[in-house]
Design a protein around this ligand. Structure first.
Ligand SMILES: Cc1cc2nc3c(=O)[nH]c(=O)nc-3n(C[C@H](O)[C@H](O)[C@H](O)COP(=O)(O)OP(=O)(O)OC[C@H]3O[C@@H](n4cnc5c(N)ncnc54)[C@H](O)[C@@H]3O)c2cc1C
Length: 363
């Protein structure tokens, strides 16, 4: 009998197992220690930086808008304003928009979708699946949309609450993304470690498998309090290209066009229009509720061994095949698409310290 078998045997006794022998106050000595989590560290240094990208999240103070407006013979359904959660909510918000369009009758045979970001593409695909012929009109298309900048993980954050609509869209969308897991769409399940915080407890908690607090001493992080949950990472460059391909293969048309105002929109041949213009809706409709929340990501050389996400002190690290994404900036009301170099330095420095502490086992 080797040493390992002996310890296992004593553990069984401590649990009141074989022979019903109870060890009482000695049992703690023999209880097996919970296994300590080991994770390969991210190599953070300025020389590993391959790019810094910026995007403006379309944050709508009164919640994302899914609403129908009738202009004579034309119907416009708005579907915009999803803040920091537009990729996550896209398929659910698309369902709600299509429901609005079909309200009181059959779905129109020809539909124009304005916008080719995550929201426009999902809306176009839902319409196609219901039998509509769809043309997307968009100023920019992948890879040049805000959606391409998104990290993105399935976690609808920085979206103002708008009652049941948010939760319903989130639930539909999370289920839709589950069907896209795999290399083709670039969607993967990843464990997230939230350091310095307890386990999440919100209305969507059940959409995040394996939510749990991690006891101090069982993890390598530089704070005693840590928690985990599992969610999907959506590699936006791969994902948006794949959905656009699906749209074109299903007979969809993509027309590059910018609309200056609602009159230009209503001049389209299609009688049914879904407006998925993201932050562009502010100028298009004069919607002053819509404001930019600037975010930027500094990307390091890929490290294929990194398959987990960390969130710590307002910063986050998300691994993708095209690089390790370091983020955590939220500049409300800022329209500049120039990288904020001060924020970049803070993000690099914060992550360098975090992973150095993790490697030295400060947890
Ligand atoms: C750094 C960063 C990280 C993020 N991380 C996440 C994340 O982890 N998870 C998540 O879910 N979300 C994340 N987001 C948020 C996400 O990027 C947005 O919510 C999402 O991209 C919004 O999608 P959209 O399709 O509405 O807008 P967009 O992607 O901006 O698409 C809008 C489309 O409309 C077109 N358009 C606009 N105006 C006009 C016009 N006048 N005429 C014609 N076409 C027009 C545009 O050209 C474009 O095609 C992140 C954002 C940033 C910046």
């Amino acid at each position: 009998m080797n040493r390992r078998t002996v310890i296992t045997g004593l553990g069984a006794l401590a649990a009141g197992g074989a022979g019903g022998f109870a060890l009482g106050r000695w049992s703690g000595l023999f209880a097996p220690a919970p296994p300590r989590l080991r994770l390969p560290p991210v190599k953070v240094s300025r020389e590993r930086v391959i790019r810094t990208v910026v995007g403006l999240r379309p944050y709508r103070r009164t919640g994302f808008r899914v609403e129908r407006e009738v202009f004579g013979a034309k119907t416009v359904v708005h579907n915009y304003g999803h803040g920091g959660g537009g990729v996550s909510l896209s398929w659910g918000s698309a369902e709600l928009a299509v429901e609005e369009l079909a309200k009181g009758g059959a779905l129109p045979a020809n539909v124009a979708v304005i916008g080719a970001g995550a929201v426009g593409l999902a809306t176009a695909r839902v319409l196609q699946r219901r039998g509509a012929a769809v043309t997307i009109y968009a100023k920019d298309q992948p890879p040049n949309t805000t959606s391409n900048v998104a990290a993105a993980q399935w976690n609808p954050v920085l979206v103002a609450a708008n009652g049941d609509r948010f939760e319903r869209a989130a639930r539909i969308a999370q289920r839709a993304f589950q069907d896209l897991v795999g290399e083709h769409y670039g969607v993967h399940w990843r464990t997230n470690y939230v350091v310095g915080a307890g386990a999440r407890d919100d209305a969507l908690r059940d959409l995040f498998p394996e939510v749990r607090a991690l006891p101090a001493g069982t993890h390598p992080f530089p704070e005693p309090e840590a928690a985990q949950y599992v969610t999907m990472m959506i590699e936006t460059p791969v994902y948006l290209a794949a959905v656009l391909r699906d749209f074109l293969l299903a007979g969809g048309r993509l027309v590059p066009r910018e609309f200056k105002d609602i009159a230009a929109l209503l001049a389209l041949a299609e009688a049914a229009i879904v407006n998925c213009t993201g932050l562009g809706a502010r100028a298009l409709l004069g919607d002053a509720d819509l404001v930019p929340v600037k975010g930027q990501l500094t990307v390091l050389l890929p490290q294929p061994e990194i398959d987990y996400v960390t969130l710590y002190g307002g910063l986050y690290m998300m691994p993708r095949r095209d690089g390790i994404l370091l983020g955590g900036t939220y500049e409300a009301g800022e329209w500049s698409l120039e990288p904020n170099r001060e924020a970049e330095a803070a993000i690099l420095d914060g992550h360098a310290k975090f992973f150095a502490a993790m490697q030295s086992g400060a947890g």
